[in-house]
Unconditional design. Sequence first.
Length: 83
Amino acid sequence: MRHVSILLIAAAAMAGCATDTHRAGGNLSLNCSGPGKGWEDCTKQADTQCGAKGYTVVARNIDSTTGASGTSEMKRELVVACK
């Protein structure tokens, strides 16, 4: 039972590394948007998801949007293919 609890805590901690992760067409799409986030957040998540064999970057998408309050937000998405 203790091992299950540790695994659940680890999974929850890893979920906070990138705001969103999903697979599309065999590629891994990592969303590392928002304040305090950057490309390194996506690459760390890609390292974790793809493991020791590594990955190839398919695309880096970036967009800047301005919210209703006038603040700017960077939207970043890294698309990788695990090897």
